[in-house]
Each structure stands twice: as structure tokens, then as C-alpha cells.
Design a protein. Structure first.
Length: 452
């Protein structure tokens, strides 16, 4: 597939390129080999929660097709594969007895990656909390952070010797805001108190997880994956600029500041501190030195001041994209400058380690025509965002790698199977994989990058 040859040359030879997936979105086999339900297994069975009642019961059947999927990944010419480990496969009740068959699966998967020369980039938690822990309060309960540390130790002890880097948690914003405040993702709560409690529990789980991993394998590069928001004011009016800064702290600062500076933003504490159960030593635990961090970016956030009587923090109202900007098929604005702006802003605000773009991609629901999936819009999206990453690098931001979301079409959470982010098309009835034109474009881009 054609692409500007100079684009590949904007990245150094040691820049890491990969693809990414998540366990519940692709594995299926939710009741096999000792796995017990997660909160998403339960949530997807609740009427009205997921589009047409779709679930991850079968998904892409990766649990059985993993070998051919790894061959497919290898055929793309990528350096690395980012995937997640399903907590309910390892500790089916969240704590207690270890399920050896679950560990065996990831043993085989990682060995298969190593055999194919693929670097191993797992994530410990990509939203599939064991359902048993939800009965104890889930992410609103401090005990879940302690359980996460136990789970981390089990995984690293068995699999850590072949990992190139490990992430604790994927997208804390989704776990806290989307799942406990807005009620869109599992467990579907709409509670300020639950949201505030989950923020601190999740931050604490991250810190305890890093400690647990390093207690087993001190030299394992540890990081976290954050879907930080690139926030823009709706106008240059002072009240809108102030609202944008509050929205930044509300969406980003409440994770970045404790993790990288050892404190919470003052406004966050004023608004939510009474519900966060912050104890002596917690912030020191959360503030673990990290080797890297991951940024997931898709679309910007635009806000204006919320001037309504009784408006609550952050007193910022989301503004929909004005008519004109390109939107993906899920309705997200395409704005690649948001990625470079965000990388530079975060690098200025916080003492951050090396960064990897751990997710970036677009939803376009193109279907095969005569065996070809012509997803030119996705190719255009990727090209724009590759240039944005190169711009940030050239401005001094230490971005070391990129993982494209997603390897294949899959279960897209509350959207079910109607939204397709993959560079590989999946026929969910037959499980046939078809490389889209974007996959061929990525393969050719990587070949040009290797040749320098």
C-alpha cells in the first residue's frame, strides 16, 4: 500500500512498533479451564447494558486460535504484541487458589511470541475484574487493591521471566469515570461516592502492584497505561480556559499527580477527598518510580464553563464537535494535533519516564468487498497520527514506541460487535480473519522503517 516514504524515516531504527488487544475482547472461552465470571460477563448479560446483548463469550475465539493469530501478527512485521492477562483465569475468585490451567494458557501464548521473535508487553488489568471481588465492593473497596497485588505476584512469578515490560492497569479513567460515575461500563454505577473511592483504590492497586512485581523480578520494566484527555476550551474566554484546566485535573491530574508526584490535585481533594479513604503511607505507595508509561489516544475533549446553578466539580461541560470536523464511525472527532499537544503538555507538567503510545486507532466499519476491505479512512487516520507522534518526538518528548489499536475487530465493550477498530476484519460467524488494506499499509510502512 502506498504511503509517504519519508514518514517511516521520521522514526529512529530502535523505535518499537506493535499491535494491541485485550483479553475479554478477543479470547472467548469464558467458561473453560477453570475461568470464572468477571464483572463484564455479568454486565453483558444485563438487559440494556450492551448493544443487542452482545458479550465476550466467544469473541474472536483467540483462546483456541492463538497460534494462527500469532502467525498473523508475525506476518505484519511488527516488533511487539501488547495483550492483557485475564485475572479470572489466574485467580478465578480474585484471591485464593491459583488456576494453573489459566497460567498454562499464557505460558503457551508467551512462549509462542518468543518463538516468533515478538517482544512481550502484557497488561495485568484490562477491566475484567473477577466477579467475586465485586461482591466485596469491587474497585470501591480497598481490599481489591490488596488482591491485585497478590494477583500480580502470582503472574510475575510464573511469567515474568519472558516479559519485556509490564503494565499494571489499562485506562484508569475508564475504570473510574466511565464505570463508576457515568455508568456506561461495568459495573455500571452512577455514584460520586463510588467514583471517588474507586480512584484511590485503583491508584493504590497500581502502587502495590508495582511493588509486588518488583519483589519477584526487580529488573522487570514497570509502567501503567493511561488514556489521558487532550482538553481544549471552547473559546478563549477566561471562564472556558479555567474550565479546561479543571477538566484536565479531573480527567488526568487525579492519576498523574499521585503516581508521578506523590500527591492529589488540591481541587480534587476538596471535591472528593471525603470519599477516598486516603491513609498514611498510601501516597508513598502510589508514587512508585516507573520505567515507562503508556498513553492511549483517540480523540480530543472540548469543554466550556458550566455556569448552571449547583454545577459540581469540575464545572466543565463537554462541547460536541462543531459541524465540519471529520468523525469516525463511533462518532469521535479526528484531531491528530491533540496527540502531539497532549504529549508535550504532559511532558512539561510531570516528571515522566519514557512514553509508549499503547493504543491509537480508529473505528471504521468497512466490510469486505470481493475479499478486500478498503479502509482508506483508517489509513489516513494512522498517517496523520504517526506524523503527530513524530512532531512530539522532534519537540523533545521521549516517545519510544507505538502499539496500534487494534490487531483485529473484537468485542467493543458497551458497543458490542457493531464497532470495528481492527486492521484485521473478523467474521464473527466463521472466525475468518481478513487483512484490511490498513494492515497491508502498516506492514509496508514497517518494512520501509526497517530498511531505513
Amino acid at each position: 500500500m502506498a504511503f509517504p516514504k519519508d514518514l517511516a524515516l521520521r522514526f529512529p531504527g530502535d523505535f518499537l512498533f506493535g499491535v494491541a488487544t485485550a483479553a475479554y475482547q478477543i479470547e472467548g472461552a469464558t467458561c473453560e479451564d477453570g475461568r470464572k465470571p468477571s464483572i463484564w460477563d455479568a454486565f453483558s448479560k444485563m438487559p440494556g447494558r450492551v448493544y443487542k446483548g452482545h458479550s465476550g463469550d466467544i469473541a474472536c475465539d483467540h483462546y483456541h486460535l492463538w497460534e494462527s493469530d500469532l502467525d498473523l501478527i508475525k506476518s505484519l512485521g511488527v516488533d511487539a504484541y501488547r495483550f492483557s492477562i485475564a485475572w479470572p483465569r489466574i485467580l478465578p475468585d480474585g484471591r485464593g487458589p491459583v488456576n494453573e490451567k489459566g497460567l498454562d494458557f499464557y505460558d503457551r501464548l508467551i512462549d509462542g511470541m518468543v518463538a516468533r521473535g515478538l517482544k512481550v508487553y502484557p497488561t495485568l488489568y484490562h477491566w475484567d475484574l473477577p466477579l467475586t471481588l465485586a461482591g466485596d465492593g469491587g474497585w470501591t473497596a480497598r481490599s481489591t487493591a490488596e488482591a491485585f497485588a497478590d494477583y500480580t505476584e502470582v503472574v510475575v512469578r510464573r511469567l515474568g521471566d519472558r516479559m519485556d515490560a509490564l503494565a499494571t492497569i489499562n485506562e484508569p479513567w475508564c475504570v473510574c469515570h466511565l464505570s463508576h460515575l457515568y455508568g456506561i461500563h461495568a459495573p455500571g454505577e452512577k455514584s460520586v461516592e463510588a467514583f471517588a473511592a474507586s480512584v484511590h483504590t485503583l491508584n493504590l492497586a497500581h502502587g502495590l502492584g508495582v511493588q509486588a512485581a518488583r519483589s519477584v523480578k526487580p529488573d522487570l520494566p514497570m509502567g501503567i497505561v493511561i488514556n489521558a484527555h487532550s482538553v481544549y476550551p471552547a473559546s478563549d474566554a477566561p471562564q472556558d480556559r479555567q474550565a479546561a484546566e479543571r477538566a484536565f485535573q479531573f480527567n488526568n491530574g487525579l492519576f498523574f499527580e499521585p503516581m508521578f508526584e506523590g500527591r492529589y490535585p488540591a481541587d480534587v481533594l476538596d471535591a472528593f477527598g471525603d470519599h477516598m479513604d486516603i491513609r498514611d503511607g498510601d501516597l508513598k505507595t502510589i508514587h512508585q518510580p516507573l520505567d515507562w508509561w503508556g498513553l492511549n489516544y483517540y480523540t480530543p475533549l472540548r469543554v466550556k464553563a458550566d455556569t448552571n446553578v449547583g454545577a459540581v466539580y469540575p464545572m466543565a461541560e463537554t462541547v460536541p464537535p462543531a459541524p465540519g470536523p471529520e468523525l469516525t464511525d463511533i462518532g469521535w472527532e479526528v484531531y491528530e494535533k491533540g496527540l502531539s499537544d497532549l504529549l508535550k503538555d504532559l511532558d512539561t507538567r510531570y516528571p515522566l519516564p519514557d512514553c509508549y503510545i499503547t493504543e491509537n486507532g480508529a473505528c471504521y466499519n468497512d466490510e469486505p468487498q470481493d475479499g478486500v476491505v478498503n479502509d482508506q479512512r483508517r489509513i489516513d487516520y494512522l498517517e496523520k497520527h504517526f506524523n503527530a507522534i513524530a512532531d512530539a518526538r522532534e519537540a523533545g518528548v521521549p516517545v519510544k514506541g507505538y502499539f496500534l489499536w487494534s490487531l483485529m475487530d473484537n468485542f467493543e465493550w458497551a458497543e458490542g460487535y457493531r464497532m470495528r477498530f481492527g486492521i484485521v476484519h473478523v467474521d464473527y460467524d466463521t472466525q475468518v480473519r481478513t487483512l484490511k488494506n490498513s494492515a497491508l499499509w502498516y506492514r509496508d510502512f514497517l518494512e520501509a522503517h526497517r530498511q531505513g
